[in-house]
Write a protein that binds this ligand. Structure first.
Ligand code: PGA
Length: 249
């Protein structure tokens, strides 16, 4: 059985005042069936890990550099995230791909560095609306899976997040069968490349406009092992309802 994951991606939001949301979330879910992960901006990691100490909430970064350390002004090394209390890192989010020109090869290099630092990599894949309209979705996802996922991936160190770019922050969500089709493809790619034992142990999250109102339906789709949640993770009550939907799935 794959343990489900409710992951919140705060993106470039949140100051110390928002740590109150962590306390509320921890109170609401003292002993969840699923894993709860919050990925705040790097500036909050340390204080959040103190706020979440002794709770079921674990922390992740939103990106790391591919190098272990060195002259990379403004960047963050995987080991620094771990040092600040993170146990995971989101890599290859579509906003990093578009804002910073990240390629699949770069994302794979970052994931390898994350593994070395003991972090779990949440590797994001997803098609744009143009690619979906051109019926290229499955090819795009296959290519991203082939190039962005390292050979050293296992069920412990790797999570895949399927995030259609057109569904992120738009309120638009793919139909159940569209989500199911891509998650099945990702599972097949993992099985073919890593063998069934590893392939079936990697968690595959859906991300893109997940809300309390659509969570139950999305979590009912085969091979959906949880969610990567942006906007709805910023408020403890919304994220809490999504966690409850996952615990009940
Ligand atoms: P959203 O973002 O839930 O606000 O659509 C999801 C994500 O980008 O991870």
């Amino acid at each position: 059985m794959r343990r489900k994951i409710a992951a919140g991606n705060w993106k470039m939001n949140g100051t110390a005042a928002e740590l109150i949301e962590i306390a509320a979330l921890a109170r609401a879910h003292p002993d969840p069936d699923c894993e709860i992960l919050i990925c705040p901006p790097a500036t909050l990691l340390h204080r959040m890990s103190e706020a979440a100490h002794g709770t079921a909430i674990r922390m992740g970064g939103q990106d790391c550099h591919a190098a272990v350390s060195g002259a990379h002004t403004g960047d963050i090394a995987a080991a620094m995230l771990a040092d600040a209390g993170a146990s995971a890192v989101i890599l290859g989010h579509s906003e990093r791909r578009s804002d910073h020109g990240e390629t699949d090869d770069r994302i794979r290099a970052k994931a390898s560095t994350a593994f070395e630092a003991g972090l779990q990599a949440i590797i994001c894949v997803g098609e744009t609306e143009t690619q979906r309209d051109a019926a290229n979705t499955l090819d795009v996802i296959s290519t991203q899976m082939a190039h962005a996922v390292p050979d050293a991936s296992t069920g412990e160190n790797t999570v895949i997040a399927y995030e259609p770019v057109w569904a992120i922050g738009t309120g638009r969500v793919p139909a159940r069968d569209q989500i199911g089709e891509v998650h099945e493809l990702i599972r097949t790619r993992l099985n073919n490349r890593f063998g069934a034992e590893i392939g079936r142990s990697v968690r595959i999250l859906y991300g893109g406009s997940v809300k309390p109102s659509n969570a139950v339906e999305i979590f009912g789709v085969p091979n959906v092992d949880g969610a990567l949640v942006g906007g709805a993770s910023l408020r403890a009550d919304d994220f809490s309802n999504i966690i409850s939907a996952l615990d009940g799935a």
